[in-house]
Design a protein around this ligand. Structure first.
Ligand SMILES: Cc1cc2nc3c(=O)[nH]c(=O)nc-3n(C[C@H](O)[C@H](O)[C@H](O)COP(=O)(O)OP(=O)(O)OC[C@H]3O[C@@H](n4cnc5c(N)ncnc54)[C@H](O)[C@@H]3O)c2cc1C
Length: 386
């Protein structure tokens, strides 16, 4: 499936226009206050960009992954941080693909209008990390509800969301044939849950990603909040990951382009030893190298979008795009910081902020090693290592 270049250019222009209202000083202020960009999120929602992938019959625009990826790329390209909003795009998708018609009718139109936010997804646990099938959080059915007990870690945007998708084990690991069976996903109403079995403890961290530890102590949730079939939750979560990885790749490409432009501008203007520092190849080459890598990563991102939007298997391209783009944006961040010398460390240049923000994507939502392991095992048919 080829994408409509003109339509994509219009989206790019529209998002860029919106982002102009939220300049570097806005994002710097939010970062320093460890706050949340409420005004930006409201503007993005009102303009309909956050509902891009919600089908028209549920109040969204019914666009594909390619269009959604351009939206997030542009936010980062303009100096912002899509990490504050991207959750809704992935999480909405899990609900859309696996929820019942009643759930979709109840929630999707309200997500599209901005009345509700579904910005959080709780998968990671402190004792099991990437080994997701070993999660210890349990959901036990009792009549018309489930009781949730356990703990999660690094769960983002909980304070700024109305709903959260939760992965919990409904059948103990030693009672399932395959370790990926027996887990389920639920929609948690955060307003009802917090203080009634759910405790949220923020984690101070390097980026202004509002992220938390969650403690579940007999949290009661209605059985009707189960998404899809009991026991198939892990499969549903995996299903959304290719979209998530492609969108993160696009965000990294946006970051990469921001760093390259910022570094090139500075290198042209800054004069040391009586000439612009950009005249030295020692300054030019790392920027040029980063540019080549960002452009190469972008090709893989479009391959992933094309496959995904055509309904073809996109796992290989999505993982490789995420790997290449996260690496390229990090290389670009390093080149940009080095080009700025000491000023790279000054908050008012925004380089150190974006440097911290883009570094996250080598670790979350999936770490680089786990992508390499996927490629080795699934594409190169090397023996499974764990
Ligand atoms: C700011 C932030 C926000 C986040 N938001 C969310 C969220 O909203 N929801 C959510 O569910 N999670 C979230 N996460 C969690 C994130 O997805 C995990 O941190 C990530 O998947 C890595 O898991 P871990 O931290 O448990 O690392 P671990 O699994 O403990 O791994 C530690 C390191 O060892 C490596 N490693 C582990 N096993 C192997 C192996 N077999 N071979 C080679 N290397 C290996 C990993 O690659 C990693 O580098 C967030 C994390 C951060 C930092």
């Amino acid at each position: 499936m080829e994408h409509d270049a003109q339509a994509l250019a219009q989206i790019r222009e529209g998002v860029r226009g919106l982002c102009e209202r939220f300049g570097d000083d806005y994002w710097r202020r939010i970062d320093q206050a460890k706050g949340f960009p409420e005004e930006f999120v409201a503007a993005l929602t009102q303009a309909g960009w956050l509902a891009a992938m919600i089908p028209e019959e549920y109040g969204g625009s019914g666009l594909g992954l390619a269009e959604a990826s351009v939206i997030l790329e542009e936010v980062n390209r303009c100096g912002g941080n899509s990490g504050t909003v991207h959750g809704q795009m992935y999480n909405m998708f899990t609900l859309l693909r696996n929820g019942s018609e009643a759930q979709k009718r109840e929630y999707l139109p309200r997500l599209a209008s901005g009345e509700l936010r579904l910005q959080s997804m709780a998968v990671t646990e402190p004792t099991t990390g990437t080994d997701t099938t070993k999660i210890k959080t349990t959901a036990v059915r009792q009549g018309d509800h489930y009781r949730i007990n356990g703990q999660k870690v690094w769960i983002s945007r909980v304070q700024y969301s109305d709903l959260m998708i939760l992965l919990a084990r409904t059948t103990p690991l030693d009672q399932v044939k395959k370790k990926t069976d027996g887990m389920s996903i639920f929609l948690v109403n955060l307003h009802q849950a917090i203080g009634n079995g759910l405790t949220v403890r923020p984690i101070e961290n390097m980026v202004h990603h509002i992220t938390n530890e969650l403690f579940f102590d007999d949290l009661k949730i209605p059985a009707e909040n189960l998404i899809g079939e009991e026991g198939k939750g892990f499969r549903y979560i995996l299903d959304g990951l290719n979209a998530e990885r492609t969108l993160i790749a696009a965000e990294c490409i946006g970051d990469g382009r921001w760093f390259i432009e910022k570094a090139s501008d500075y290198a042209r203007q800054r004069e040391v030893f009586g000439r612009p520092i950009g005249q030295n190849q020692g300054i030019q080459f790392p920027i040029a190298e980063a540019h080549i890598e960002v452009e190469a990563a972008d090709l893989m991102r479009w391959r992933a979008c094309r496959e995904y939007d055509a309904g073809q298997p996109a796992g290989a391209s999505a993982n490789m795009a995420k790997y290449l783009a996260a690496k390229a944006s990090w290389e670009a961040a390093n080149a940009c910081l080095q080009t700025h010398g000491g000023f790279g460390f000054a908050c008012e240049y925004d380089v150190e902020r974006k440097f911290r923000e883009t570094r996250l994507y080598q670790v979350a939502p999936i770490s680089t090693n786990l992508i390499l392991s996927y490629v080795a095992e699934h594409l190169l048919e090397l023996p499974r290592s764990f």
